[in-house]
Design a protein around this ligand. Structure first.
Ligand code: ATP
Length: 221
């Protein structure tokens, strides 16, 4: 883990994902959140072995390499490789516990509205609310309201997340982005990827490493 802010008053964002591959929607959402909320930094956490979904198409190393290419030029964004350093399933609750040891102030787990809807299925999900706030980003095609179990924790303004270190929720609706990695992988298989969805350098990496081609998968061994 490199360069994570240890400022007690700073709101630190944690953006977990499979990033299979990272797309411009991820970056645009992070950029919009940095502009609208009192966030000091966003930590991107690629899931080495995502437990709650099918196995990714690209290897953990390729997904990390694409993330590094996409985020290299922006000091507001850092990458946390903690899930690559641990064995076993990459549970977000364990990752947040590690980050929490480094950062004692407000922590916000960034989730698209689709991921938020699935949170009650995550490993020890209630503990997540004891470690971080939820910063929920509305996503086209998904319910734009907060799930019932989140609503009692909701605050009206992003800055309200500074009032506590964890346990609150804020719905951010100002950045509707259509990108999805599922749609991108399907397009790449057909050789017709929307270039505008891929951050600079990522399309070249995919091409050079022959990723997401039809019938091709990586060797897990
Ligand atoms: P997939 O289609 O493979 O599930 P994805 O596009 O959802 O991929 P992930 O890496 O799974 O990307 O997502 C990481 C996080 O980013 C999740 O919380 C997800 O909801 C959020 N996210 C991804 N794309 C968007 C988007 N266009 N708008 C808002 N949130 C998004």
């Amino acid at each position: 883990m490199t360069g994570i802010s240890a400022d007690r008053k700073a709101l630190l964002g944690v953006f977990g994902g499979t990033f299979d591959p990272i797309h411009c929607g991820h970056i645009a959402v992070a950029d919009a959140l940095m502009g609208a909320l009192p966030l000091t930094q966003i930590v991107f956490v690629p899931a080495a072995r995502p437990p709650h979904r099918p196995r990714p198409r690209a290897s953990a190393d390729d997904r990390l390499a694409m993330l590094e290419i996409a985020l290299a030029r922006d000091p507001r964004f850092v990458i946390d490789e903690t899930e690559y350093e641990r064995a076993g399933p990459s549970y977000m609750v364990d990752t947040l516990a590690v980050i929490r040891k480094r950062h004692r102030g407000p922590l916000a787990l960034i989730l698209g509205s689709d991921a938020c809807a699935g949170l009650p299925g995550w490993h020890r999900w209630r503990r997540i609310l004891g470690l971080a706030h939820l910063l929920i980003v509305s996503r086209p095609g998904f319910d734009q309201r907060l799930p019932g179990w989140v609503a009692p924790r909701a605050v009206a303004h992003g800055a309200d997340l500074l009032a506590a270190d964890h346990g609150l929720a804020y719905l951010f609706t100002a950045s509707a982005r259509p990108e999805s990695a599922t749609a991108l992988r399907a397009a790449l298989e057909e050789g017709s990827a929307p270039q505008a969805w891929l951050p600079d350098g990522v399309a070249a990496y995919i091409e050079a490493h022959g990723l997401y081609r039809k019938g091709l998968d990586y060797d897990e061994t």
